[in-house]
Ligand binder design. Structure first.
Ligand code: DOR
Ligand code: ZN
Ligand code: ZN
Length: 423
């Protein structure tokens, strides 16, 4: 297929481009970028007043397949990704079975062959995510995992985690860290604060996250492993990332849209669509996260897309599972909350949603220069609309953002030269 994208504002930090121009796609590749390209194409997209950017890369997605297909499948999750402007997603390993062996990785890659998004699998750190014995990290690397992570929990045994980091460094795999002290968190459901007290549920203090964040940074320093901190939610995590970077450590960090958009004060009644892990925090934490993104201390915006079935989320706050869907709202929330409000430039949005995630993965992605794979997203940054869960491609409708008015709409998503989504 050939596609000619006319007159869009092409923002591509990696090739240092920000200008109105045309872009020609053929055989899955960006073959030409320049002013007034006059060539025949099977599809011509008028991108006047639209942004043309490298497809977004989400380092943190839960696809739920195998084993939890009532929540999401690779197919529906990848369709949700395409609707959200994502062309690459990293699938976390807390499925059933857990992704802890070569066989499971190979099976998932076979299932993902026809998906409307590139799917990269993350391998677990320990067998069954039980925290006792290391998973087959080297074998999973051979099968093509992009990182290791115990997401959903932390490996509490520091010695075992350090051993995993040594292997990760040797295998050139980043470690994606979910930071949560299992003993300290107890039965915590919401941030330790007014709302938890009001609803009579146990609170999750900032230290639950910060203690493990500190430990993981220190272990990265000792082993030289590349550490990527998932879903940072506290002011102190930003401070620690800043310190680590000053020291020149291989540490990067992500923030999720819900954490820079909402605080615990926004939780409506006992609506479990506001329950995720880590939880919505205080205003001071939210402000620190935004400041960290603005100053480029925080590198990446990821979704932690965590679909759950409505029946599961219908349980009381203390018992409902943690997590909200994010793939189909991430761009609009980032544009509305960070770009429109003046915290981030358009270029920074592309860095945090595409170029920087590619760097964390160490992959030739996140760039739409000539000769690159044509993974492209086209958006209207000024279009206003109301988020409607009924339009989601995801099986998960668990979001606190249903009915929210936002600015910034994904118009087209192109995956390896194929138009996979059109608004
Ligand atoms: O909110 C969350 N949901 N946080 C996690 O760490 C796990 C995830 C899930 O798998 O549902
Ligand atoms: Zn997590
Ligand atoms: Zn997660």
């Amino acid at each position: 297929m050939t596609i000619l994208i006319k007159n869009g504002r092409i923002i591509d930090p990696m090739s240092n481009r920000d200008e109105v121009a045309d872009l020609y796609v053929e055989d899955g590749i960006v073959s030409q970028v320049g002013k007034e390209i006059e060539r025949e194409a099977e599809r011509i997209i008028d991108a006047t007043d639209l942004l043309v950017m490298p497809g977004f890369i989400d380092l943190h997605v839960h696809l739920r397949e195998p084993g939890l297909e009532h929540k999401e499948t690779i197919e529906t999750g990848a369709m949700a990704a395409a609707r959200g402007g994502f062309t690459t997603i990293c699938a976390m390993p807390n499925t059933k079975p857990v992704v802890d062996s070569r066989e499971v990785v190979e099976d998932i890659y076979k299932r993902a062959e026809k998906a409307k998004c590139h799917v990269l699998q993350v391998g677990a750190v320990t067998k069954g995510q039980m925290g006792a014995e290391l998973a087959d990290i080297r074998e999973m690397k051979q099968a093509g995992i992009c990182a290791i992570s115990e997401d959903g929990k932390s490996v509490m045994d520091s010695k075992l985690y350090k051993e995993a980091m040594v292997i990760a460094k040797e295998e050139k795999l980043p470690v994606f860290a979910h930071c949560e002290d299992k003993n300290l968190v107890g039965k915590g459901a919401l941030n330790a604060g007014k709302k938890a007290e009001e609803l009579g549920v146990e609170g999750i203090t900032n230290a639950v996250e910060d203690i493990i964040t500190a430990r993981d940074i220190l272990l990265s320093k000792e082993t030289g492993a590349r550490l990527h901190l998932c879903h940072c939610s506290t002011a102190d995590s930003v401070r620690m990332v800043e310190e680590a970077k000053k020291e020149g450590l291989l540490v990067t960090a992500e923030v999720c849209p819900h954490h820079f958009t909402l605080t615990e004060d926004d939780i409506e009644g006992s609506d479990t669509n506001y329950k995720m892990n880590p939880p919505l925090r205080s205003k001071a934490d939210k402000e620190a996260l935004i400041e960290g993104l603005k100053n480029n201390i925080m590198d990446v915006i990821s979704t932690d897309h965590a679909p759950h079935h409505a029946d599961e989320k219908a349980k009381p706050m203390a018992e409902a599972p943690f997590g909200i869907v994010g793939l189909e709202t991430a761009y609009a929330l980032t544009n509305s909350e960070l770009v429109e409000k003046g915290y981030l430039s358009q270029k920074q949005l592309v860095e945090k949603m595409s170029a920087n995630p590619a760097k964390v993965l160490g992959m030739d992605k996140g760039c739409i220069g000539e000769g690159k794979v044509a993974d492209i997203v086209i958006t209207n940054p000024k279009e206003e609309y109301v988020i409607d869960v009924n339009e989601f491609a995801s099986k998960g409708k668990n979001t606190p953002f249903n009915g929210r008015k936002v600015t910034g709409k994904v118009k087209y998503t192109i995956l390896a030269g194929e138009l996979v989504y059109e608004a």
